[in-house]
Design a protein around this ligand. Structure first.
Ligand SMILES: Cc1ncc(COP(=O)(O)O)c(C=O)c1O
Length: 387
């Protein structure tokens, strides 16, 4: 008897593929999975422990404990101003919030626009809805910021939704204010939903700062804002994210979430609420470390034969142009990353895993120590010198 078409058609993420490949080797230096090397700030851990000890061991409301929803509402008091009672849903990571938003807003056959290179989970999540992926390439010469005219050209009468992600995984691109305004103008007059995945919004190094598409008029009713605690408080393993949208969207997302994850552990939610209220300064310290590492990695890339980069403006990913190496060796970026791994133990992710537009690039996560970055690049430089 066959497994479902869905199960058979879904591919795995190339990030995990590289991660698993590396597990077979010894003495590896990993630049793969996008997670902070920091541990969650201690006061957040202490708060969770206290809540477990207090016996908070039961189910919570499906949309999340009200204390966390209120903390999220206060955190967004100057921008989205959501009503904590009916405009916020707490989810199992931002990942689940995006999936629930897609399930709520698109039907099989609808077209969903994604700017690529993109976080590969979007591809699988769109596939899980039976929707059709429409890619809009972002180009290196524009710092991987999408061109609104390219978006306009991709829109058809089947387009139901667009996913925006700024700062971007994998390129670190931050969509500037003018481009955001142009995209907002384009979408305002059309019946197209927006999922804006802003999970890296606290990790921006661009002096111009950060503009959210939600700051433009006339989009609130069709936008689902996504964020979470994984990146801002180094809480990837806690699995906590959230969505903010108009009440009927949140109500329907919560219905779907009830049938999937149901709810998240109460102590984790209380601890995240504590973090939002008390630990925001800790993020500044982490961001400064990432900025330093970004500068370090960019200077090391510049010194490496066959590699180049335009400094990323946010998140913690360097999307490195390796086209000269691919051309010289005849290898694809996937073959290059595999060869690099086997010969040096350095684990990177081929750009092609983020969509065809990523071919010829490799993604290097710099959420790792300066020492690892230096040791890893010493090996990469020895490898490229040999090619
Ligand atoms: C762009 C983007 N969105 C969402 C997520 C998911 O984050 P979470 O751990 O909250 O599920 C990630 C994780 O890497 C990401 O890169």
């Amino acid at each position: 008897m066959e497994l479902s078409n869905l199960a058979r058609s879904l591919g795995g993420s190339v990030i995990r593929e590289m991660f698993n490949e590396a597990l077979k080797l010894e003495d590896t230096i990993s630049f793969t999975v996008g997670e902070p090397d920091f541990i969650t700030p201690q006061p957040i851990i202490d708060e969770a422990c206290r809540r477990w000890q207090d016996g908070l061991t039961h189910y919570t409301p499906n949309s999340g404990v009200i204390e966390l929803r209120r903390a999220i509402a206060s955190y967004h008091a100057n921008d989205l101003r959501p009503d904590p009672e009916n405009q916020i849903m707490v989810s199992c990571g931002a990942t689940e919030a995006i999936q629930m938003a897609l399930f709520t807003l698109v039907d099989p056959g609808d077209e969903v626009i994604v700017i690529t290179p993109a976080w590969p989970n979007y591809f699988g999540q769109i596939g899980m809805c039976g929707a059709v992926l429409k890619v809009v390439p972002a180009r290196e010469e524009n710092d991987f910021v999408p061109d609104p005219d390219d978006i306009k050209r991709a829109i058809t009468d089947k387009t139901k939704l667009i996913i925006l992600n700024s700062p971007s995984n994998p390129t670190g691109a931050v969509i500037d204010r003018d481009t955001c305004a142009a995209i907002a103008a384009l979408l305002r007059e059309r019946d197209i939903y927006i999922i804006t995945d802003e999970i890296y919004s606290k990790l921006v190094y661009d002096e111009a700062g950060y503009t959210s598409i939600t700051s433009f008029e006339g989009l609130a009713d069709k936008t689902v804002y996504i964020s979470g605690f994984s990146k801002m408080f180094a809480m990837t393993g806690w699995r906590l994210g959230y969505a903010i949208a108009r009440p009927d969207i949140i109500r329907n997302m919560t219905k779907l979430h009830e049938n999937g994850a149901s709810c998240l552990p109460a102590p984790s939610q209380m601890a995240a609420a504590y973090g939002l209220r008390n630990c925001l300064p800790e993020i500044d310290a982490m961001r400064e470390s990432y900025r330093r590492r970004r500068d370090l990695i960019c200077s090391l890339v510049d010194e490496t034969k066959g590699l180049s980069i335009r400094p990323p403006k946010g998140a913690f990913y360097a999307f490195v142009n390796a086209k000269p190496l691919c051309q010289a060796t005849g290898m694809t970026s996937r073959q290059l990353c595999m060869d690099l791994l086997k010969k040096t133990g350095v684990v990177t992710v081929p750009g092609s895993g983020f969509g065809d537009q990523g071919e010829g690039y490799i993604r290097i996560t710099y959420a790792t120590s300066d020492e690892n970055i230096r040791r890893g690049f010493a090996r990469i430089q020895a490898y490229t010198a040999e090619l």
